[in-house]
Design a protein around this ligand. Structure first.
Ligand code: MAN
Length: 349
């Protein structure tokens, strides 16, 4: 199987023990799925930090936030007949779903795009209010004019939706609440307006009819979204048969908007592929990867908190090279480069 990714020799770039937990008594279990941006001539990352207390024998415990901002620890005996715990990421207790970790977003910076560290006075982003009590995750960062748009997954007992905050200086943030209600995630805003309008990719999920498909939406102001169109569905029997979702903001190329997206197959293996969208009408799909451009193969991608995962929501483009940052096995942060020409070639362009 072809894999066009050239993995950094330094992978993994970040692992859970590289940062300090946000709160005494919690342990960082996973560092994953970083959004990437350039600010003041440097490369920055807003990384998902997933925490929980150190696990004791026979008990599952995890933090949740309250709507008014306190943190509670929930502990459930593993032999409780009301507990269903067969996915490391989620559990069901008495018919209600919970996440096994609580995520926030942490800002890191780097001189060389390889070694990232926590600068002083750049606030972390935590879940806030009733729609983020189970945390915020997987932030995409799009810069339009002077403003950075952060779109991330907001999780609570009310469901999984897309939250948005904006900033110009990474110190003060405007909260826009939930811009796309449940079930929705994987929202990436295009970094240019088209015909005067904002565009975004997003991923609503349908329970019965439909599925986990990539949609396109447009907006007059970046906050209010409409004219939704389904542009890429999961494909039976293929590498992206179970679910698909956008990565970071699409990359403008001469041939169209190039979107690197993730697809999971029926075994929940998360791989990456590409979509090419028409420059003027991004609802028109020009081409799509028949085979993935990157599959989990390195040891740090095959085993971890949730194995067989490469998942991206951040990149930096330098000429023909796209540096893709990704979460590997839902546990560590890695990077790889691709040639944009090669990706386009694999799409027959
Ligand atoms: C899925 C996985 C988890 C994530 C939840 C909520 O179960 O992607 O990692 O925490 O969704 O977004």
């Amino acid at each position: 199987m072809s894999d066009l990714a050239k993995r950094y020799a330094q992978n993994p770039l970040l692992k859970p023990t590289d940062l300090r937990p946000s709160t005494p008594g919690l342990k960082i279990e996973c560092l994953l799925n970083p959004g990437i941006f350039e600010y003041e001539g440097r490369t920055w990352m807003i990384v998902r930090v997933a925490e929980r207390p150190e696990q004791k024998d026979g008990v599952i415990s995890f933090p949740i936030l309250t709507a008014d901002g306190r943190m509670d620890i929930v502990s459930i005996k593993k032999d409780d007949p009301d507990l269903v715990a067969d996915d490391p990421r989620v559990i069901t207790y008495k018919g209600h779903d919970y996440l096994t970790t609580l995520s926030h977003l942490r800002v890191l910076t780097s001189d060389n795009g390889v070694k990232f560290y926590e600068p002083e006075n750049y606030p972390s982003q935590f879940g806030r209010g009733a729609l983020e009590t189970f945390g915020i995750e997987d932030c995409r960062v799009s810069k339009i004019d002077r403003k950075y748009y952060l779109t991330f997954t907001s999780v609570s007992e009310n469901g999984v939706g897309v939250g948005m905050r904006t900033t110009e200086n990474w110190r003060e943030f405007e909260h826009h609440g939930m811009i796309m209600p449940p079930h929705n995630k994987d929202c990436a805003i295009f970094e240019e307006k088209i015909g005067g309008k904002f565009f975004a990719l997003h991923r609503p999920s349908s329970v019965d009819l439909g599925g986990n498909y990539i949609w396109l939406a447009e907006s007059p102001d970046g906050t209010h979204w409409g004219n939704h169109k389904c542009i890429a569905r999961s494909r039976e029997g293929m590498w992206d048969s179970q679910r698909v979702g956008a990565g970071a903001a699409p990359i403008r190329t001469e041939k169209g908007w190039l979107e690197i997206y993730h697809g999971a197959n029926d075994q929940s293996r998360y791989a990456l592929g590409a979509l090419l969208l028409d420059l003027k009408d991004p609802s028109r799909v020009i081409a799509r990867s028949k085979e993935p451009i990157m599959v989990p193969t390195a040891p740090y991608e095959l085993t971890g908190f949730f194995g067989q995962v490469v998942f991206t929501n951040g990149h930096v483009v330098k000429g023909d090279t796209v540096h893709v940052y990704y979460g590997a096995a839902d546990e560590v942060v890695c990077a790889a480069t691709f040639s944009i020409k090669e990706i386009l070639g694999s799409l027959g362009q």
